[in-house]
Design a protein around this ligand. Structure first.
Ligand code: NAD
Length: 491
């Protein structure tokens, strides 16, 4: 059994002075003691990343050489897919098949940014045409510096990959701070970095309690960039603390994304994608299409089909075959989701299905797939991110009404639209105020395409070439080439 009570700092394993427990959400039993960083550990990690950046051991390498390391990390992730998937199931609770999917995606993400790193060698400098022939100018891309990646627990290794891969590709050094609920695969990433002999200090893994060490990281003067994925309240804190040094920040925050289903939709496809949009990963998905607008003509038949299929989902420990819904991440999240459901019931909202702990599961943070219908637009079930397997549904009559209802939100991460009329789908997709819009599906995500939100869902974009730009500064270098004097003061 690997140890998890150490930090990976400056290419070495450093013993912790204190630890915290990691709990398996399906059994509620402790599975590991995790190193809990103190101020001294934060300082050590930041100094290591700073020194590695300032020495140029990473940023001065060619893009091709950095790409070789990133491909090697991708290969190691694939080599260890079984271990990593098992750890993800134990730590997070998700079904094994979903964990395996995530780990493959994480490996693909490292390969994708490896290829962009190679291109950086050729595309680093762009000649800027100027209107004055005496001058020439180039725009250059350079790494931002020392980055700190703070990530959530819903896709532990994948969220790490979304930040670590582009940051390393760009030439940044970094500190990765995983969520306290799911530190295991992040620590394994440290072991992989060690195995591929990533230069010391380039990637440092600091586990710990976010409210303790988070502010130390976000306010640290030696960190140039904060890349955060997590909740809106913590994102707001980070924005405030990063303001002290006007740090470069990118924020991927929460959502309450709408799925509009028109009357001409295939009912079976609608059932499949609505369920995938909210029950995958127990609904703990920032982009979950957790509120659904169904055209009045299809409303009751679709609700009935959804109810039937939702009740067939096998709930249980992620290691059991055919399980498609595991436990929620922890007691706190379980309580939050149970309270939200109970408040909906108390307010008289129509409960179509679910709403309680599955009778056959006495331990673990399990909740049945839950469907509410006729949810008023001003109810918290419609407006607030629940982050659980709970979908809120209402009907609509016109396209304009559906768009207006979908856009009526403080969030703008994602949205989905379904219809057999592609012209209508494309029109609606362009009218939705969200960073990601799916047509005739919900959730499929590709590391080539940009990811991020409008409004309070965040700032900046991850993935694709946009994800690389997150970790690059742009510098202009302008040269006066003429032998003629400038002639302003000296005539
Ligand atoms: P969270 O905000 O509680 O925690 C996220 C991370 O921030 C953790 O590593 C935590 O330790 C750390 N943290 C906590 N307090 C901090 C502080 N004061 N300073 C710095 N760091 C601090 O979020 P969570 O509960 O882990 O994840 C769920 C949330 O993440 C949901 O709101 C979800 O929508 C969002 N999310 C968004 C995306 C996206 O791409 N937009 C993806 C996944 C999750």
């Amino acid at each position: 059994m690997n140890r998890y009570d150490q930090f990976f700092i400056n290419g070495q394993w450093v013993d912790s002075k204190k630890n915290f427990a990691s709990i398996d959400p399906s059994t509620e039993i402790e599975i590991a003691q995790i190193a809990s960083a103190t101020a001294a550990d934060v300082e050590l990690a930041v100094q290591a990343a700073r020194q590695a950046f300032d020495s140029g051991i990473w940023s001065d390498l060619s893009g091709q050489k950095r790409a070789d390391y990133l491909h090697a990390i991708a290969n190691e992730i694939r080599e260890n897919i079984e271990l990593l998937s098992r750890l993800e199931v134990q730590d997070n609770g998700k079904p094994y098949a979903e964990a395996e999917w995530d780990i493959n995606d994480a490996a693909d993400c490292f390969d994708f940014y490896a290829n962009l790193a190679k291109n950086l060698d050729h595309n680093t400098e762009q000649v800027i045409p100027l209107p004055d022939a005496r001058f020439s100018s180039v725009a250059r891309k350079e790494p931002v510096g020392v980055a700190c990646a703070i990530i959530p627990w819903n896709y532990p290794l994948l969220m790490a990959a979304w930040k670590v891969a582009p940051a390393l590709a760009a030439g940044c050094t970094l500190i990765l701070k995983p969520a306290e609920a799911t530190s295991l695969t992040a620590i394994e990433l440290g072991r992989i970095a060690e195995k591929v002999q990533l230069p010391a200090g380039v990637l440092n893994i600091l586990t710990g309690i976010g409210s303790d060490i988070g502010p130390m990281l976000t306010e640290h003067p030696m960190i140039d960039k904060i890349a955060f994925t997590g909740s809106v309240p913590v994102g707001k804190h980070i924005m405030q603390s990063a303001a002290y040094q006007v740090k470069n920040i990118s924020l991927e925050l929460g959502g309450k994304s709408s799925f509009i289903v028109f009357e001409d939709s295939d009912i079976e496809a609608a059932v499949e994608w609505i369920m995938f949009g909210i029950f995958w990963n127990q609904g703990q998905v920032c982009s979950a299409t957790s509120r659904v607008l169904i055209h009045a003509d299809l409303y009751e038949p679709l609700l009935n089909r959804l109810k039937t299929e939702a009740q067939k989902i096998k709930i249980g420990n992620g290691f059991e075959t055919e399980v498609k819904l595991g436990p929620l991440i922890n007691q706190k999240q379980y309580q939050h989701v149970c309270t939200t459901i109970q408040n909906g019931i108390n307010d008289g909202i129509r409960l179509v299905s679910g709403g309680k702990r599955p009778p056959h599961l006495a331990t673990g943070y399990y909740i049945e797939p839950t469907i509410f219908a006729d949810v008023p637009e001003d109810h918290p079930l419609w407006n607030e991110e629940i982050f659980g397997p709970v979908v809120s549904i209402r009907s609509f009559q016109t396209e304009a009404e559906a768009i207006s209802s979908a856009n009526n939100s403080i969030f703008g991460l994602a949205a989905a639209v379904m219809s057999q009329n592609s012209e209508r789908c494309n029109r609606v997709a362009r009218a939705l105020r969200a960073g990601i819009v799916w047509i005739n599906c919900s959730q499929p995500t590709f590391c080539q395409a940009p990811w991020g939100g409008y409004k309070q869902s965040g700032i900046g974009r991850e993935l694709g070439e946009w994800g690389l730009d997150n970790y690059l500064e742009v510098k202009q270098i302008t040269t006066y080439n003429s032998s003629e004097p400038w002639g302003w003061y000296l005539k």
